[in-house]
Design a protein around this ligand. Structure first.
Ligand code: SF4
Length: 339
């Protein structure tokens, strides 16, 4: 088993089952995540514990096969132990870096505007494979301050592994990320959002909305047919209210598709007086795309309607466009190039 799949609690259970003090778990987690031990030999534990761990765990490789370095973002393409490819993006901010990790090889959600959606899901990533993406990037960017679970894949379609990943990132004697620095995104899987609410999820939630009415959203995002907007918005507002958190609604602006002032008014009405806010993202088009990004004036018209309706709006800096970092683009380019 991948040693990075293990949460603190799972290590405690492992040691208890092996008639060892559960407190050994703390030493292993600290050595892995605070000291950065990346092999059994480097773990700061006794030879007896190493021998015990070696029976069940290994340190699998995460091979970086391509790096695209842009001004504001770096995109890494990784080959997993079974040959599947995933990508990870480091976004550079003035105050440090944040990393965007993938959770599945491919994705079954089929969002029309997403290149990852054209590569069907092959499998879920384990918690450890998601952890390893962070560890790799952190090695090159010690000032890593935030994590977005928004890369290839639908995170809540890989619920248990993503929750284990979050747990490992939060472990106080390990990497010790603050809950507010981790954001998990979803395209709108309502039962899983309800589960996050019931389980008092400590981190942030972002919902990829991208359309303000059911006709348009079902056309762009097939998940909307299963969980239409009234059902989705209720679940998101419940999450926000019960956990007292602001939730981001991600909105990719696509020219002549979802960028009209009527769409903005519809979006404002959907949000109402809830604690949700809109994060406008400019569509990052690349060769062969059927969609384009609207011009700046149109984006501002959309923005103004939201503001006039007292909706909080942020506009994501165009991080990543220089390295073709809309989700799935590097991986699909790599495959299309016959690699
Ligand atoms: S936008 Fe996200 S959920 Fe939709 S197809 Fe792409 S990776 Fe999957």
């Amino acid at each position: 088993m991948n040693i990075y799949d293990m949460t603190y609690k799972k290590f405690c259970d492992f040691f208890a089952e092996n008639n060892e003090k559960p407190s050994r778990a703390e030493a292993v987690m600290t050595s892995l995540y605070r000291e950065g031990a990346d092999s059994l030999e480097k773990l700061s534990v006794s030879e007896k514990i190493k021998a015990m761990l070696s029976e069940d765990f290994h340190f699998p490789s995460l091979e970086c096969i391509d790096i695209s370095d842009g001004e504001t973002a770096v995109k890494y393409l990784f080959r997993l132990a079974d040959g599947n490819l995933v990508e990870t993006v480091l976004m550079r901010h003035e105050y440090g870096g944040s990393v965007c990790v993938s959770t599945q090889a491919g994705c079954n959600m089929g969002c029309k505007f997403c290149r990852s959606g054209r590569l069907k899901k092959i499998r879920n990533l384990t918690a450890g494979e998601i952890v390893q993406q962070v560890l790799f990037v952190k090695k090159h960017t010690p000032s890593l301050t935030g994590i977005s679970v928004m890369g290839i894949g639908e995170p809540l379609d890989n619920f248990d592994n993503v929750m284990d990943f979050v747990d490992i990132m939060l472990y106080p004697k390990g990497l010790s990320f603050a809950p507010r620095k981790i954001t998990v995104s979803t395209c709108g899987l309502v039962p899983e959002i309800e589960r996050l609410t019931a389980e008092h999820f400590p981190c942030n939630l972002a919902v990829s909305l991208h359309a303000p009415n059911d006709i348009l959203r079902s056309d762009l995002m097939p998940v909307n047919k299963a969980y239409p907007l009234p059902v989705l918005m209720k679940a998101v507002k419940d999450f926000s209210k019960k956990l007292n958190k602001r939730v981001a609604l991600e909105y990719v602006m696509i020219k002549d598709v979802n960028d009209s002032v009527v769409n903005a008014a519809e979006l404002a009405e959907l949000i109402g007086d809830s604690n949700l806010y809109v994060n406008i993202i400019r569509y990052n088009s690349s060769e062969g795309d059927i969609y384009e990004c609207p011009d700046f004036e149109q984006i501002m018209r959309f923005y103004d309607v939201l503001k006039k309706n007292d909706i909080s709006v942020t506009m994501r800096r165009e991080l990543g466009s220089s390295v073709n970092a809309a989700c799935g683009q590097l991986r699909s380019d790599y495959i299309n190039n016959g690699n």
